[in-house]
Design a protein around this ligand. Sequence first.
Ligand code: NI
Length: 285
Amino acid sequence: MTNTKAQMSNAITYKVLSFEFCHLNFLIMLIDTHAHLTDKKFGPDLEEVIARAAEQGVGAIIDVGDSLVSSMQCIEHATRNAMLFASVGIHPNNAEQASADDLRRITDLADAPRVVAIGETGLDFYRHHARHDVQEELFKNLLRVAARKRLPVIMHCRDAYKGLLPLLGEMRGDCPNGVLHCFSGEISDAEAIIGMGFSISLGGPLTYPGNVGLREIARRVPIERILLETDCPYLPPQGKRGKRNEPANVALVAEALAGLRGMTVAEIAEVTSGNAKRLFGKMCD
Ligand code: NI
C-alpha cells in the first residue's frame, strides 16, 4: 500500500470508530490500555502499526509515558491521532533521574485534553535501577497528582507487592482510582488490589504456557475489573515471541481471555472496553 492510500484508509477507519467509540457498541471494539508507542522500536512505521490495530478491531490505544520526555511525546502522538490517548508519568526504574521540576511539569501536562491517566508509576524491586525509598516517594507523589487531577493511575508492580499494597493502604484517603497493569502477582495480591477498588490489566503473558497461575487468576477475578493491554513493544503473546509486540496483538489477549472465561471475543471486547471507558472517563469527554 502506498503511503497516501494507507493514510486514506486510516482516515476512514478513524471516522467510523470514533463515531462508534462512546455511543454505540454493535461492533467489536478493543482497547489497548497500555502501549509504549514512543519506544524507539516504533518510529517511521507508526501509522502502519496503528492501521493494523484498527484492522484487528482496536478502537483506542493508551500511549503510556515512562519519563517527562516520553510523556510529552505521548501527548504529541495523541494530538495527531484520533485513536491514541496519553498517560503521563515516570516509571519507577527512572525514579532516580526524575527531578522535582519533572514532577511539576508532569503535573501540568495532566491538564492536556488527550491525557486520560497518570502513569506509568509504581514500584519495581526486580530490576535495580532505583533505590526503593526513591521509588516509593515518587510513587506517592504521582498518586497525589492523580488524586488532585481526578485522573486514574496506571501502576507497575514487579516483585514489589509487599511494598505496594501497604503503601496504597496508607494513601487510601488520598488515593485515586486506577489499574495495576500487566498483573503478575499471586491470587491474594489480585484480591487485595481489587478489594481496594482497583482493576488489573492482562497482556501477552496470559498466553505463555508456563503462566498457569495467571490464567487461574484471570478465570477467578470479577470480569468488570479486567482490562486488556499489550505493553508493546514488550511482552508479545505466544506465537509472536521474539518479535516486536504491537497493539494489534491485544486481539490475541482477548481471545485467550475469552477461552478462559467461556465467553466470545465480542463479549470480552464489550465488557473490557466498557471497563476501560469507565476507568478512563476522559476518553469520552
Ligand atoms: Ni509499561
